[in-house]
Design a protein. Structure first.
Length: 365
């Protein structure tokens, strides 16, 4: 018999797939590169290595699922894809393993398919440091994602209603595990102040995980009998605006070369290679993808997703060559035009948007 938690995870998969819409506008559509016709380089000279954790590519599969038979098949597929492409990959929330140990194989199947790759365990901020270490060990994980998701919990019928202990819990987890801790939102973004606090708590990375991708406010509302609390759909900030306001924080962003710097990751509504390069140019050290990859995996299978990822990596290198960026760090010196609602939010948050348009040497003449 399926447990309520396992059923909820299957509901999340079903509703997330139903949300997928590659056509809908995202905030990345309001960020444009200034074209400098003689700035280009060569794709063969581009290095795709990410400053984050020594990853071979600036792209990773962020946490999605686990805890049910259907979720196990998704994780099996993601393990194969990550093995074949070199992408780091995260499992979904493993909290269910602490309550229902029999569900552990639905997560470890990913590690079994990718024994030598970079795999991230995943938990919420309600576990103890000892429990977090147990989950890392069970997956032989290279890092731990800790997701914080207050808007989702408020929308969720059976969700938590107390969040005031999360900072203290994250600090305990950081002290208790022997791998980097990466704190991420699940679609509502991390503000500048939140990123600064997480930096001070000693985390190894943050994923701003903004609005525009899978909308858990909408998902949890859809799980309610009459769709109550639907007003929480679309809550929060996009990854674009989060990066714009947090990208210059001291000690944040491995691409800035800061000793012991906190890796700055971004995810939320990534549809294609241009979205990836845009987020990298805004300051991300690597970009996470969930919904787009999940849709291809479920609809077309493992081989199709492997081909898609390989195609994206080729496109990222070509776009970097077009922009004259040999490394991910170089993308932070490209000129960007912030327009429409992105510009409005940035200005309201006190950001000098004009400075983004004159970052390269081509604009200093």
């Amino acid at each position: 018999m399926t447990s309520p938690t396992a059923q909820r995870k299957d509901d999340h998969l079903r509703l997330a797939l139903a949300q997928h819409d590659a056509v809908r506008l995202r905030d990345t559509d309001h960020v444009r590169f200034v074209h400098h016709a003689l700035a280009g380089g060569s794709s063969s000279s581009v290095s795709l290595g990410s400053p984050a954790f020594g990853w071979p590519v600036p792209l990773y599969v962020t946490g999605m699922t686990g805890g049910s038979e259907r979720a196990a098949e998704v994780n099996r597929g993601l393990g194969i894809v990550s093995r074949e492409t070199g992408l780091p990959v995260a499992v979904g929330s493993m909290g269910i393993v602490l309550r229902e140990p029999a569900t552990l194989p639905t997560f470890t199947v990913l590690r079994e398919e990718n024994p030598d790759g970079f795999v991230l365990a995943n938990t919420n901020a309600n576990v103890s440091g000892t429990e977090a270490a147990q989950l890392v060990s069970a997956l032989a994980a290279d890092a731990l994602q800790v997701h914080i998701n207050a808007p989702q919990e408020v929308a969720m019928p059976e969700g938590d209603r107390a969040f005031d202990h999360w900072a203290e819990a994250i600090a305990e987890i950081v002290d208790s595990v022997e791998v980097p801790v990466i704190v991420k939102e699940v679609g509502a973004g991390l503000s500048r102040g939140t990123v600064a606090m997480l930096r001070d708590l000693g985390v190894g990375g943050v994923d701003v995980a903004g609005r525009g991708g899978t909308d858990f406010g909408a998902i949890e509302s859809a799980r309610r009998p009459a769709g109550e609390r639907g007003y929480l759909a679309g809550w929060g900030q996009s990854a674009v605006t989060c990066l714009i306001e947090a990208g210059d924080l001291p000690g944040v962003g491995a691409a800035r070369g800061a000793a012991g710097g906190v890796a700055l990751l971004a995810s939320g509504g990534v549809r294609n290679a241009l979205d990836v390069v845009t987020l990298l140019a805004l300051g991300a050290d690597a970009v996470g993808v969930a919904g787009t990859f999940l849709q291809v995996l479920v609809s077309d299978g493992v081989d199709a997703l492997v081909a898609l990822v390989q195609g994206w990596l080729e496109e990222i290198a070509d776009l970097m060559a077009l922009l004259g960026a040999r490394t991910v760090a170089d993308l932070r010196s490209t000129d960007l035009l912030l327009t429409g609602p992105v510009r409005e939010v940035a200005e309201l948050r006190g950001v000098d948007v004009a400075a983004f348009a004159r970052r390269s040497r081509w604009s200093q003449v």
